[in-house]
Write a protein that binds this ligand. Sequence first.
Ligand code: AMP
Length: 243
Amino acid sequence: MANESANETARNIGPVILLGPPGAGKGTQSKQIVDRYGVPQISTGDLLRDHVGRGTELGLEAKAIMARGELVPDELMYGIVATRLREADCQRGFVLDGFPRTAAQAGWLDAFLEKEVFDNRSDKREKCPPVVIQLLVDYTQLLLRLTGRRSCPTCGRLYNIHSQPPLVDELCDVDGSKLVIRDDDRESVISGRLAAYETQTRRVADYYRAQRRLVAIHADRPMAEVTAQIFGVIGRRFQGGCQ
Ligand code: AMP
């Protein structure tokens, strides 16, 4: 198992895109891919929250939009995504969580990946097309997941009071910090976020489906089962020649 895992962390897995509404488990499943393949998770929500936290110009612009649960304009997203994808740790691949969220972002990403070479370790300098995985979850299940979501402000560990509660109510198992609810996980904002998903992000799935690049997975199954299916999809890419 250790050897198998060592092999996986040397592989060029290329870009992996996880699609799905807020609460579908994109963050949780991304972390599984990160652990197995040793590639970074790139969450545009986290990148934006980092800008907001540092009070950058972009952060100031994005803050109110995010608090309303709306989408940050595409033009602002392209700069932060391009900068992040050019970093050295993305050369063997990366998991995109939360991007693309509009059809325009999907088109921009295709053009960007076409231009950029991610595997500059290999002589072939092979480019891998993205593996696109859509996580499907029932609406009621989504509401439960989102309203139950808590995170530790100190170590970032995620919990869910319904499905993965901490050992002691509202306190982090690791460092005992008081768990927090993200501003945009409050019930009043959630319906707006799901509506934004419906109107915008569905078109992203349509974009990839039209190109026969979309693999849909039922994500209300147990977490480990969903992870195994995702690994299966990524594993099949190796047979497709992207080593
Ligand atoms: P997330 O953590 O992915 O749910 O993102 C939190 C918020 O950040 C979203 O509700 C949007 O306001 C913003 N956001 C994240 N990713 C994107 C994106 N690709 N395009 C536009 N806005 C985004």
